[in-house]
Design a protein around this ligand. Structure first.
Ligand SMILES: Cc1ncc(COP(=O)(O)O)c(C=O)c1O
Length: 508
């Protein structure tokens, strides 16, 4: 293959497909292909030739034949699949020609085209590649307590051991009676109205239940209001179900509370529900009663279902109190989500639950759908269900982390100060959970692409965090830090982040 012919065909194909170098780099990153800025500019200028795997990636992305791109076929060769006169092959890469036989390849479903879940996305893939090549990465990207030394309470482990042999079979599809009773009592203490055992569903984490709720509710084109920034699983599941996630703004100027006027503006005839995440991931906000009341008023006026993700409800600091929105809405249909992944530091056991409350009559048919999907997955992890009663009763070890002097609280105070001391970075102090969502002065650092910022930080400083876009935040001006690591580690990380911002100017 000749460098010049390859370069010329690459440039032509890029022009034809309207793709710039940055688009190819982004596509590569999304597909887990190693392709840096310097590589692509060398290919385009005819200085080097790509390896075969990169050549095939480029051909696939530009939808041209790899042999043609490589320069093995004459420039005038006609496309196999009816090219309209230009010289680029349009053999679709679903079918790669090997000898006389076409090899069938498999693409992911188009239902996933608009699904985004960057908490484990391209930046994380790049970190994994760096780790494979021996680089140590400091991970501030995922709210997984165990790797940071947050241990499951001993009593929980002891009780699970005791019951393990009784947990070999499937349980009732919604969950064990003892688990659901404990959850029901917990919900009653939070003032959630009109609940019985049959209104409680256990799940393999809240994650599974979010998926079930979205799949059972949304017809193609149905709209659901979801916060921006969000925990992206909500948007992903709504989209996968065929629904349209309509993002309402949470306002940084008002402690990241939902902007009620924005919510009102975005309601249409097709809006079925509103999601709130309280306490919030990624902002660490906790909503006061007045804000919750306003959301209830809007939901009442427009007859919306309220989904309230409260997985951090026991991780609230500064003597604040968490209020379940369902307790303010006895006349509306609400589903409240929580679990043990965060408060009991057992994210790996996979146990969460949802509580159906309030006006269940209006949702009779929807509840049937929830039951169907719940039955179809047979049941949630039974050993994990067996310790719900233990976990929810008696001493709550999580208190030790969030009271003054507690680990999470000290780490929160540390990260807030260390990040906001960096010129060009500001933040709202989180009140709950273990995340902070700082703002970047984008002009100062010339940032127009926050994913690129996260990649640059990763490559320069070996620190992995998630850019704001990963939380469906539209502006490229935020990132999320998980402050679960101990203060010594946070100190090292914030020192490196401060150094990075002392020289960083984004170049695209
Ligand atoms: C807001 C929120 N909801 C749900 C989940 C998923 O939790 P689970 O481990 O119960 O699936 C997370 C996990 O980070 C979260 O932050």
């Amino acid at each position: 293959m000749s460098k010049e012919i390859f370069a010329e065909r690459l440039r032509t194909s890029m022009a034809q497909k309207g793709k710039k170098q940055v688009d190819l780099i982004r596509a590569a990153s999304e597909h887990g292909v190693k392709l840096g800025k310097s590589h692509i500019s060398q290919y385009v200028s005819g200085k080097t030739l790509p390896r075969p795997d990169i050549l095939h990636f480029l051909a696939d992305t530009l939808q041209v034949d790899a042999d043609w791109l490589r320069g093995d076929e004459p420039a005038g060769a006609q496309a196999a699949a009816g090219d309209s006169g230009n010289s680029i092959h349009t053999i679709h890469k679903n079918n790669t020609v090997t000898g006389d036989r076409k090899m069938r390849t498999f693409k992911k479903s188009s239902k996933l085209d608009n699904v985004l879940y960057d908490v484990r996305g391209p930046v994380v893939d790049e970190a994994a590649r760096m780790e494979e090549s021996g680089t140590q990465i400091l991970k501030l990207n995922i709210g997984n307590p165990a790797p940071f030394g947050f241990r499951t309470p001993d009593e929980v482990i002891y009780d699970m051991r005791q019951q393990l042999t009784e947990c070999e079979g499937y349980s009732n599809a919604q969950g064990l009676f003892s688990a659901r009773k404990a959850i029901m009592q917990y919900a009653q203490l939070k003032g959630i109205p009109n609940i019985a055992i049959e209104d409680i569903y256990t799940g393999n984490g809240v994650s599974e239940l979010i998926n079930i709720c979205m799949s059972a509710l949304l017809d193609d084109g149905d709209e659901i209001l979801i916060p921006s920034p969000d925990y992206p699983l909500w948007t992903a599941c709504a989209t996968l179900a065929g629904g349209k996630a309509v993002h309402y703004i949470c306002d940084e100027q008002s402690e990241w509370y939902p902007d009620i006027d924005d919510i009102r503006r975005k309601i249409t005839d097709r809006t079925k529900a509103i999601v709130i995440i309280n306490p919030n991931n990624p902002t660490g906000a906790l909503y006061p009663k007045e804000v919750l009341q306003k959301i209830v008023d809007v939901a009442r006026e427009h007859q919306l279902i309220i989904f309230s993700d409260e997985i951090y409800d026991r991780l609230v600091m500064d003597d604040e109190e968490h209020i379940s929105i369902a307790s303010l809405a006895p006349d509306l249909f609400c589903i409240t989500f929580s679990g043990l992944s965060k408060s009991h530091m057992i994210a790996g056991f996979r146990i969460g639950w949802m509580i159906l409350s309030g006006n269940k009559k209006v949702a009779k048919d929807y509840i049937e759908g929830l039951k169907m999907l719940s039955n179809m997955r047979l049941c949630s992890n039974v050993p994990a269900q067996s310790i719900v009663q233990t976990a929810l009763g008696g001493h709550q070890s999580v208190h030790g982390y969030i009271e003054p002097g507690g680990r999470v609280r000290e780490q929160r105070d540390y990260i807030y100060k260390a990040l906001t001391d960096i010129p060009g970075i500001s933040a709202v102090k989180p009140k709950a959970a273990f995340y902070i969502f700082p703002k970047i002065d984008v002009k100062r650092f010339n940032i127009t692409n926050d994913e690129q910022f996260a990649l640059d930080l990763l490559r320069d400083k070996k620190i992995l965090l998630i850019h704001g876009g990963g939380f469906n935040w539209e502006q490229p001006d935020h990132f999320r830090v998980v402050y679960l690591p101990r203060i010594e580690v946070l100190k090292e990380a914030t020192g490196k982040i401060a150094d990075f911002f002392s020289y960083y100017k984004q170049q695209l």
